[in-house]
Design a protein around this ligand. Sequence first.
Ligand code: DHB
Ligand code: FE
Length: 279
Amino acid sequence: MADIIGCVTTSHVPAIAKAIARGQQDEPYWKPWFDGFEPVHRWLARAKPDVAVVVYNDHGLNFFLDTLPTFAVGAAPEYRSADEGWNIPTVRPFPGDQPLSWHIINSVVAADFDVTMCQQMVVDHAVCNPMALLWPGGGEWPVRIVPVEINTVQFPFPSAARCYEFGAAIGRAVAAYPEDLRVVVIGTGGLSHQLDGERAGFINKEFDRKFMATLIEDPTWAAQFSTMELMEQAGTQGIELILWLTARATLGAVRQVAATYHVPISNTAAGMMLLEPAA
Ligand code: DHB
Ligand code: FE
């Protein structure tokens, strides 16, 4: 049977890709952030996942304001990146896992999550940057991916509680997949940030810390808040923390393997957590 061996949540700020392209990982400003991933690299080398289910938000590359699904799941043979206007390099294509994609789609639709099915899909910095952070250094990607996209771009957004249930449904789907696969779930975005408007630059360290702590022991804590309450606490783009929540909800009890919090990267309080199932 397939097994979710862990969950990695990380910010996806475009500036990360610029730092990678310029080889700035060891510069004083960037070093703590990139060093934070060393335990993740060691864990991945041991855990050897076959597939990454990547819970992310498209920022206007594949979907635009004219046609915007609430939940979408990729079922493509591969996923390419493309120019988004951030002046960051495109990355080598990610191989898909179509049988697992269709299994997840069938399972979550049966559980009343009526997702949009995408047999072709380009992926933006919200997929590419976390993948480059987890598997730096180029060469073939060592995992296939199943992209799971959630709208955080145009109102109305799905509630945190609904995202939590969606994540739990994905977790049950993977656990019921008959093939022996090692699956890592990645949740991208966050933590607190606001890129525009009167509160541009808003960061809430206290809320981020509480969110990270509860993600381990009490993940339904964040699910109690409305979209507006979350945006008030975490900034308008901080709503991306629903992607962390969805990824976390694929697992039951967890323990933390590693975490980092680096403030700010660009306008964002950048965080990373690696969680694995509690023994
Ligand atoms: C930034 C953060 C994001 O999450 C994003 O998608 C784009 C930009 C930023 O802080 O610059
Ligand atoms: Fe973002």
